[in-house]
Structures are given as structure tokens and as C-alpha cells.
Write a protein that binds this ligand. Structure first.
Ligand code: HEM
Length: 130
């Protein structure tokens, strides 16, 4: 199965796990004071819904969808707006992979590698807008 399809199925299992997004933000916020600082004024329950869609955009991009949505994220996260420095995406990726490992019972080395491939491709588009 292609990486994009492995990821699509894994993401379906993650989204079916009720506290997947709570766990993600627990991991992500714990990873650095720089991250916590960025979210001090954020409504986290709204943020979890936005991220659900954001990850879907990354997955759909790997399945061939044009990069319009990811470029818009690149713009909102750029130095002129949210100012998310490129190295912070490493923490984001580590937090997401750790969360997937906990919530997708079928996650193995192949699924993990597929996620890395898919996410790195989309994250490159977002970072290019910095
Ligand atoms: C807002 C997705 C990485 C911090 C958002 C939004 C989405 C999103 C969909 C809301 C819409 C928008 O502002 O464009 C993603 C995705 C990421 C990512 C898919 C990874 C590929 C990061 C990283 C940080 C970050 C690494 C670092 C702290 C923020 C902040 C907001 C935001 C501070 C605004 C929160 C608020 O409204 O108060 N993100 N993001 N994001 N993101 Fe990200």
C-alpha cells in the first residue's frame, strides 16, 4: 500500500480515538517553553478542531491535492504573522508521531515511516512560506 494510503487509514484510527488531539497538545506543549508561549492566548478546544483539518490537508496533499491550503498555512505561520520558526516543526512532528504511536493500535515501523514521509513533504511547503 502507498505511504499516503497507509497514513490515511492510520489517521482514521487516530481520529476515532476520543482523546487523540488532547494527547497531541499535551505532548506538543510539554516539548518546549517556546511552544507554550505561542499558545498562551489560544482557545485550545477550537485549536484542536483546526488541527484535525490541518493534518487532513497534509495527508490530502500527499494524495495529490494541490498545495493551496498548505501555502495558506505557510503564510499564517510565517515570520510576518504567527512567526513559527522552522525548527519548531521538528517538535511538532515528534509530538505527533508519539501521539500516533499511543492511539493507533496498528502503528508499526512501516506506518511510522509512511507518516514521516507524508508529513515532511507537506511541512516543507509550510516552512517554505516562512
Ligand atoms: C494556528 C495547523 C505547526 C503554532 C494553526 C491553524 C492551523 C494550524 C490549521 C489555524 C489556522 C491558521 O492560523 O492558519 C498547523 C499544522 C502544523 C502547524 C498543520 C504543522 C505542519 C505549528 C507549529 C507551531 C504552531 C510548529 C509552533 C508553536 C500555531 C499557533 C496558531 C496556529 C500559535 C494560532 C493559535 C491562535 O489562534 O491563538 N495551525 N500548525 N503551529 N498554529 Fe499551527
Amino acid at each position: 500500500m502507498s505511504a499516503a494510503n497507509l497514513v490515511m487509514q492510520s489517521y482514521g484510527r487516530c481520529c476515532a480515538s476520543p482523546d487523540f488531539f488532547d494527547s497531541f497538545y499535551r505532548h506538543f506543549l510539554a516539548s518546549s517553553p517556546l511552544i507554550r508561549e505561542k499558545f498562551v492566548d489560544t482557545d485550545m478546544s477550537a485549536q484542536k478542531q483546526l488541527l484535525r483539518q490541518g493534518i487532513l490537508n497534509l495527508v490530502m496533499h500527499a494524495r495529490g491535492m494541490p498545495d493551496t491550503k498548505l501555502r495558506a498555512l505557510g503564510e499564517s505561520h510565517s515570520r510576518q504573522h504567527l512567526d513559527i520558526r522552522p525548527e519548531l516543526y521538528d517538535l511538532w512532528l515528534d509530538a505527533l508521531l508519539a501521539t500516533i504511536g499511543e492511539h493507533d493500535k496498528e502503528c508499526d515501523a512501516e506506518v511510522r515511516q509512511a507518516w514521516r514521509e507524508v508529513l515532511n513533504k507537506g511541512i516543507a511547503v509550510i516552512k517554505a512560506g516562512y
